[in-house]
Design a protein around this ligand. Structure first.
Ligand code: SAM
Ligand code: SF4
Length: 330
């Protein structure tokens, strides 16, 4: 599956629900209106759609959300997709989660074929964790992280860098990740969706963070790439990787290998653009067969734009895109 700019599309991110048990301040408003159930694809529909993408060359699928692990019976989707690993064409099945359900589900995820999980944890301080997530308890996420490790899953910690909130904690987080064997990825805030706060106050350029970290740590450049917006280094003192996701300060679009599917079957060809394709209509249309579904996907890929241009609108404090990150799952 090649897009108009010759990029091979091999990575599908799927938001399996728009719901979440937390309300991180940079991601959601406190009282969110969630989608009516009829609009949301069933797990069987999601599996069928993912199967079509795999048939067209997708090798890696990441389930995200909202919080993917709060969707009822989501493990059955992991199992059906996991069955496509190896000979089925899929090479990797992963998940991005806030970790609250991992203590319960880590073993089942591993049994389904998942080998790596990304867990969002912006702070190691219990009070800051509760403030960022509006009501979360850090113990629940930490229990989940250690359950994942115990189940044999490699853990990468994702932390959104927030000015004045967790910026003094990154040294500690690098040391903690080193101690427990986790990679770490720092993420710059992105202007997606109305969130009832001031984004320009939260925005912290990672170029600044990186130069500060270099005072305490030796960051060795690596050529490790995932086709995404992360730039990775090895922290010599811990031997673990640290990634910096900087969509606002760098252009990473040339190597983009991914598209994003929402839980309603809308395909976004670019995280930073509004253009999207409705795949639910062909999926639910009895007159459309597998070939028709493949054609709808290919037609969407043919519209994948060259890139995006995020800006935080400083004058109006408006998001660059109206949809929330929980729609496309990051
Ligand atoms: N609930 C899961 C989680 O928190 O990992 C998966 C979905 S969440 C939307 C995926 C990632 O997007 C998380 O790491 C989260 O921190 C990040 N995120 C959410 N809103 C963001 C924003 N406005 N800017 C940058 N990252 C954001
Ligand atoms: Fe939920 Fe993840 Fe968004 Fe936080 S970042 S509110 S955990 S979807």
């Amino acid at each position: 599956m090649l897009d108009p700019f010759g990029r091979r599309i091999t990575y599908l991110r799927v938001s399996v629900t728009d719901r979440c048990d937390l309300r991180c301040v940079y991601c959601m408003a406190e009282d969110m209106t969630f989608l009516p159930k009829a609009e949301i694809l069933t797990l069987e529909e999601l599996d069928r759609l993912c199967g079509a993408f795999i048939g067209l060359g997708v090798e890696k699928i990441r389930l995200t959300g909202g919080e993917p692990l709060v969707r009822r019976n989501v493990i059955s989707l992991f199992r059906s997709l996991g069955a496509r690993l190896g000979g089925g064409g899929l090479r990797e099945l992963t998940v991005t989660t806030n970790g609250t359900q991992l203590a319960k589900l880590a073993g089942e995820l591993h049994a389904a074929g998942v080998r790596r999980v990304n867990v969002s944890l912006d702070t190691l301080d219990p009070a800051t964790f509760t403030a960022i997530t509006r009501w979360g308890r850090i113990e629940q996420t930490l229990d989940g992280i250690f359950a994942a490790r115990a189940a044999g899953l490699a853990v990468k910690i994702n932390a959104v860098a927030l000015k004045g909130v967790n910026e003094h904690e990154f040294d500690r987080m690098i040391a903690w990740c080193g101690e427990h064997g986790f990679d770490l990825c720092l993420i710059e805030t992105m202007p997606l969706g109305e969130i009832s706060g001031d984004r320009t106050e939260q925005y912290l350029p990672l170029s600044l963070v990186r130069s500060r970290l270099k005072r305490s740590w030796t960051l060795e450049e690596t050529d490790y790439r995932t086709g995404g917006p992360a730039r990775y280094y090895t922290v010599r003192e811990t031997g673990r990787r640290i990634g910096f996701i900087t969509p606002m300060t760098h252009n990473f679009c040339e190597s983009c290998n991914r598209v994003r599917l929402t839980c309603t079957g809308t395909l976004y060809m670019c995280l930073g653009q509004e253009d999207a394709a409705d795949l639910r209509r062909p999926l639910r249309d009895p007159a459309v067969d597998e070939e028709g579904l493949r054609e709808a996907i290919l037609e969407a890929i043919a519209r994948k734009p060259r890139g995006h241009d995020f800006v935080i609108d400083r004058r109006h404090n408006r998001p660059a895109l109206a949809r929330h990150m929980s729609v496309t799952g990051g």
